[in-house]
Design a protein. Sequence first.
Length: 405
Amino acid sequence: MSNFDALETRTAQARAADLAAALPEQIARAQGLAGYGGSLDGVDAATVTSVDDLAGLPVLRKSELGKAQAANAPFGGFTTKPASGFSHVFQSPGPIYEPSSTDPDWWRMGRFLHAIGIGEGDIVHNCFGYHLTPAGMIFESGARAVGAAVLPAGTGQTELQVIAARDIGTTAYAGTPDYLKVILEKADEMGVTLGITRAAVGGGALFPSLREWYAGRGITCLQSYATADLGNIAYESASMEGLIVDEGVIVEIVTPGTGNPVPEGEVGEVVVTTLNPDYPLIRFATGDLSAVMVGQSPCGRTNMRIKGWMGRADQTTKIKGMFVRPEQVAQLVAHHAEITRARVIASREAEQDVMTVRIESASPDAEAYAASVAALLKLKGRIEVVAPDSLPKDGLVIEDQRTYD
């Protein structure tokens, strides 16, 4: 299968050169937006030309986006056009408002649909929602980008969906991983054979057993990782070896609660910078955990790969009635130069909460950290000093071992 475009097979040098040209322009756009509230003031946009340069800029969290939108509706001053300059305005839970445009492949979903083999002659049974939230439109714009037609099905009324899929002849599915199984089982009950052979899924976990169930019915099922704010971030190809980062975004993996990149292969929070000139989100923290995969995809696409969704980065936990957040753990690490990493463990003993703080340090004196733990975590707890590089590299900085059975 041919590639969607030449960007997918660029050399590392060519991709870096293109980024060096595009990134300063995007930073300059963001500097002119009220939403950033001066957080990018003093940054020389011309010097931000690589992923490494981005690491020195502040992280933008969704909570900050929500606060900005509440004060300056609907987009909080993060767009380069007013709401009337977009074709659509969507609302996600929060509420958070997202802009949309009918410009070709504005959400960059066409690349994923092409990778799964959807194109001209296909009719996509689109079961993502069209009501308020943008998921339905995100996948519809991708279908238009590859020349496919769309049945805007949404969810519900499954019997009618089966009838429509049969009568129209839908050949591909777009939606959450499990809803296609509902449709197919309803079709079996009705004695109807559907012609769906490819499934482009997202918005939930694609379990291997479910993928195998679809494969047993002759359906290739691949997944993408997208958000309402950013559009497509990464996607599977037929190789099914990790998710390939989209060409219109820059992905970093950082220690949760910080903006500090982790070593390649280590689990951390996904932080994304989009090159969309209409909505320039710089170092936007998704709250999701993932890790970079070494090497390139066997399919020939050359961009970085990530392992996919590996949990949530917001590990905020209440211990003894007090919230402990990843940001506080990061402050503890930053407060002592000899600490390399730290991990808070919440447990129960004698019907009471216990907080244990494990600290990677070459200094064995646990008591030396007691005051900092109490001041920064707002709680006293047990302190265990462990050898550097001995804590698990699984992205957790707060581990809740309590059970509530």
